[in-house]
Design a protein around this ligand. Sequence first.
Ligand SMILES: C[S@@+](CC[C@H](N)C(=O)[O-])C[C@H]1O[C@@H](n2cnc3c(N)ncnc32)[C@H](O)[C@@H]1O
Length: 359
Amino acid sequence: MPAVDAPSRAADETARFRRLLTSAPWTAAPICEVGRAVLTPALGGVAVLPWRAEALAAGAQGLEVAPDLDALSVPLAGFEQALVHADKSREATLCQLAWLWNRLSPGAHLGLCGGNELGIRTTAERAAALLGAMPELERVKAKARLVRFVRGDQGLAAHQAAASFEGPSVGGAAGGRFRSLPGTFAAGRLDAGSALLWRTVERRVAEAVRPTPGCVLDLACGVGVLGLSALLRWPRARAEFYDADARAVRLCRENAEHLGCAGRARVHWWDAQLEPLPQPPSAAATLVLINPPFHRGKARDLGAAEAIFERLGSLIGAGAEAFIVANYKLPYEAPLARLGKLQTLASEDGFKVLHVAPE
Ligand SMILES: C[S@@+](CC[C@H](N)C(=O)[O-])C[C@H]1O[C@@H](n2cnc3c(N)ncnc32)[C@H](O)[C@@H]1O
C-alpha cells in the first residue's frame, strides 16, 4: 500500500533538516519546535505537530507533543528558544512566528527553517519585515535555509489572518458561514470542488433519488463545509467528521458550534493511512461525503486518498452510499469501482463527482 512510503519520506526530510539545523549552535535548553521534531529529541521541550502521523510518531519516542500552538499547556515565556519549520502556506508560517514572538521573553531566539521548494528565502524576508528584526544567524544547507532572530523588547500588533467564507446554499436558502485559517484547505473561500459535490447531493435529493440520511460521514473534512451543510439540510441527521490536521479538526468543531450543530457532530483527529475509522457508526442510511487530499506538502500524492477509499469499502459493504469529488484527471475510478456500483454524476469546471453505492 502506498501509505508505507510516508514514514520513510518523513525520515528523509528529518535527516535533511537535521543536517541544516545542527550546523548552527543552539542553547542546551528546551525548545518549542513547530511543524517537525528535529531538535526536540536532543534538547527537550515541546513539539507542536498538527499532523496526526507526526504527532503519534513523536509521542511514541516519548517527546512532549501539542497538536496546536493554542493547545500548549506550558507558558512560552519560560523558553529561551523556539523554531518554526515552514508550513506550505506562507501565511500560516508568518502567523506562527508572530504568535511565538508575542509570547517569548525579550532575548529569546526564534528560528525559521524550510526548504527552497517552499520559497523559504521569500518567507524569511517577509518574516524579518513582520518581526521588525534582522536575523542574528543564517545558514544554508541541503537546499534549505535557517534564519534566527532575537526577540526584542517590542511585541507585534496582532497578526491573525483568520478568514471566513460563505458555504454553499442549503435547500435553496443561504448556507453556513465557515471560519478557516491559513494552512487549512481552501482558506478563506469555498472550494469549487466542494461546491460541486454539495450541489450534486442537493440535486439527487430534489430528484428524490436518495432518502434522508440518518448519519453523515465527512472523511477528510477540513473545516467541515460538506458535513455541516448536510447537518443544516437535515435537522435530524448526525455527522461524524475526520481529518488528519489538528487545525482543521479545531476549526470544524468551532464551526459546528457556531452553526448550532455541535450536539449532532463529532469530530475526530484521524489519519486514514494509519488508523481504521474510530467507532464506526451504523452504516444504515449513511451518506459519506469525500473531497480527498491529493497533495502532501506541495507534491502530488494519492496515498491518503487511496487509504480513505480502503476505509470506505466496509461502509459501502454495510449499505452506505458515497459521493466523491476530484479533479477530472485523478484516477479514482479503478479503486472505487472495486467497492460497489460506480457512477459519474457530474462533470464541471475540471471536477467530477463520483458516486459509489452497494451493488
Ligand atoms: C481537499 S481537502 C477537503 C476539505 C473539506 N472536505 C472540503 O471539502 O472543504 C482534504 C483534507 O484532507 C485532509 N487530509 C490529508 N491527509 C489526510 C489523511 N492521511 N487522513 C485524513 N485526512 C487527511 C487535509 O487536512 C484536508 O483537510
